[in-house]
Design a protein around this ligand. Structure first.
Ligand code: SF4
Length: 372
């Protein structure tokens, strides 16, 4: 096993302040209830029990030693997408949403096979991701994907699918049976180019795929949306969510919105409203040596202040792990205080530096709420 300083996987844990961290990328961002319980067991038995749902619908497990990370990988490795290859992120209700394109599942299987057949590329495949959005009630929207595949709107459904490469302003529209071939060709281009992200081999135009995926704010009949505030939970919480999935179709659908969807569960869908879901925070100084602030505690203060609608990101440092995209307001921890970025990412230039949390609320509260 090797240790890496970025983009952890099950085979390549990342050191953190609370031990090694591993990342599981469940196929199609789904876990059956029994599989979720297995993940919970691996987290509790071999790690410190902390589990995080990431902005790409992955699960991070924390607090491992080198030996216990190997033991956890042996337990749950069969649930992971192929290592050192691009990730496929599918809309969470693929296959159960009658409003979605009916070929979504078939495409997902075809794309999964193409990705699995690619040669492993360590060091540059880990951040590369492909989105498949078949439309319907919980579409992915724009996520900053390297390759975005979106169903044509229902009125144009015969047109098939719209395919975009990040960095290329020109979309490709093609029928279902041509999608996998086009994407495979783009992936081969990317492999040959030897770059990390698709935008590096585009024609140099502005990014075609914009940022800003947001949790669906409407009810979805027959779907319970279980909030995971800041993406943080423990093994017991994951087991409890698995228990709630059993009366439905028994599947936990992991989303990029810090929400787990359960289909077929009789529930008031918004009883588990994603309160605070638009306020994102990394683990901060509780689990990362790069942080000097308690990001989760400060984010909870901001969520209470701005409500669920604030478009806010509290980052322990300029890396921006919890939300690599733009937000109306981004707080970047430094020396126990915050630099503030407006309408940008954690690594962008701040408009104010070295503010206490109370000063951020006083000076930027209106902006955070108004632009949500
Ligand atoms: S954003 Fe910085 S502080 Fe937060 S988890 Fe990532 S590296 Fe650590």
């Amino acid at each position: 096993m090797s240790l890496r300083g970025w983009c952890p996987s099950l085979a390549e844990p990342m050191p953190a302040a609370d031990g090694l961290l591993v990342r599981l990328r469940p196929r199609l961002a789904r876990l059956r209830a029994a599989e979720a319980r297995l993940v919970a067991d691996a987290a509790a038995r071999h790690g410190n029990g902390a589990i995080e749902l990431t902005s790409r619908g992955n699960l991070q497990l924390r607090g491992f030693s080198a030996a216990s990370a190997v033991a956890a990988a042996a337990m749950i490795g069969h649930l992971d997408q192929p290592a050192r290859r691009p990730q496929l992120l599918t809309a969470p209700l693929l296959g159960v949403d009658p409003a979605a394109h009916p070929a979504g599942e078939v495409l997902a299987a075809g794309l999964g096979a193409v990705i699995a057949a690619l040669p492993a590329v360590s060091g540059r495949a880990e951040k590369f991701f492909i989105t498949l959005d078949a439309g319907g009630a919980a579409g992915l929207g724009a996520t900053g994907a390297d390759i975005a595949i979106t169903a044509a709107v229902p009125a144009m459904r015969d047109a098939g699918w719209v395919l975009r490469r990040d960095g290329d302003p020109h979309a490709v529209v093609c029928a279902t049976d041509a999608v996998v071939g086009v994407v495979e060709g783009w992936l081969r281009d990317w492999l040959r180019a030897g770059v990390a992200r698709m935008r590096a081999i585009g024609p140099g135009a502005a990014a075609a795929v914009r940022v800003g995926a947001a949790v669906p704010v409407h009810r979805i009949p027959g779907v319970a949306m279980v909030s995971v505030p800041f993406g943080a939970m423990d093994a017991a919480r994951l087991r409890a969510i698995a228990d709630r999935a059993d009366p439905g179709d028994g599947v936990l659908r992991l989303t990029p919105w810090r929400v787990i969807m359960l289909a077929g569960v009789h529930a008031d869908a918004y009883a588990d409203a994603p309160a605070g879901a638009a306020v994102r925070a990394c683990i901060g100084r509780r689990g990362c040596a790069a942080a000097s602030t308690d990001t989760r505690a400060d984010a909870a203060v901001l969520a209470a202040h701005f409500g669920a609608d604030g478009d806010v990101h509290v980052s322990g440092c300029a890396k921006g792990c919890a939300h690599p995209m733009a937000a109306a307001l981004t707080l970047v921890g430094r020396d126990g205080r915050y630099d503030v970025v407006v309408d940008g990412r954690a690594g962008d230039a701040p408009v104010r530096e070295g503010l206490a949390l109370a000063d951020v609320v006083a000076q930027f509260g209106l902006h955070a709420g108004a632009l949500a």
